[in-house]
Design a protein around this ligand. Sequence first.
Ligand SMILES: [Mn+2]
Length: 379
Amino acid sequence: MGGNEVRFVHLADTHLGYSAYRKIGSDGINLREKDIYKAFIAAIDYILEKKPDFVIHAGDLFDSVRPTNRAITIALEQLLRLSKARIPTIIIAGNHETPKLKETGHIFRLFDHLDYIYPVYRGAEKIDLEVDGKKISIHAIPHCREKEDFSESLKSAAPDSLSDYNILVTHGAIQAIQVFKMNEFNEYIIPISLISKGFDYVALGHYHGFTRIKNNIVYSGSTERMSFSESREQKGIVDVRISSSTITDFIPLPTRNMIEIGPIDCKDLKPREIIERIKEKIGNRDFRDSIVRLSLTNVDPAIYKSIDFSSINNIFSRAMHFEIRHSIGKEPEQIVPTDIMIADLLTEFEKFLRRGDYKDKDILLEIGKRYIRQAEGEE
Ligand SMILES: [Mn+2]
């Protein structure tokens, strides 16, 4: 490590415990769940090889408020590797692992007593590290149960003039840029003005695509793909070096191929012609072990029914997962990913609202929240 240089790794949105599709391994574990673990472990391998001064995880370590034993075990094992290597690691809570109800308790409490691991989940914290005689302040603002606490913390966060380097880490969608919204109910909006206050680096989590908002304000993106909207994104972590300038190297991680085919316009096509069109489109591409989605548009419902699906499935038989979406009109219909985990009542209620097309979602959520709390209080 160079004399005046500070080096750290920024990662986020590892979503341990996420699973999808039906394929399971010989050990009985969902293959997609294992992919998520693999990506996280690859990130830790990189960190241990490069030995940065510290590590920042910008939220959504876990996919849910109540991760499975397996997800918890993986997290602990990997954090222990960092702990044993004496690499200070700051992990803030994201919206996925933050419970709505205080009494649920926070899974991050598990990490409270691990050496060199700094879980931040009770509210904003400033963590001061000393690296080669330089003072580094990490202003960590996690997702909070109450939006106001989050906003207040963001407002009052400011660089410490006595520190050599100030780093802000938080979790949410940058305001006014629609693309950063994950369309999750409990996501927080971050005004860009509140994070542009002279920090040397701002480590963001929540949005799943690696993005440099500015040279030193960065979304590392997720470590694996959680939906087809991410199919074209490379996944990885950010290796940051700050001295007189800030260098952010994106380090790609090995991930499973996710391939979108189409949309194929089926207007006026007979079922057999649709299959021919699909074959033309894919040529001799190899789909082995990939996650594949085929989109068909302008499909007449009667025609769709008479398509020979077994021959289509045959084409994609080597894929790890294959699905078709079709629409009668021009645009493929929006597909809302289905979550398998059942979380607490309030989270489930939010998910339910999210799936539907309701007006005044915020108000409905507020009212629902009140009733659910009341009911849970009565138990
Ligand atoms: Mn998030």
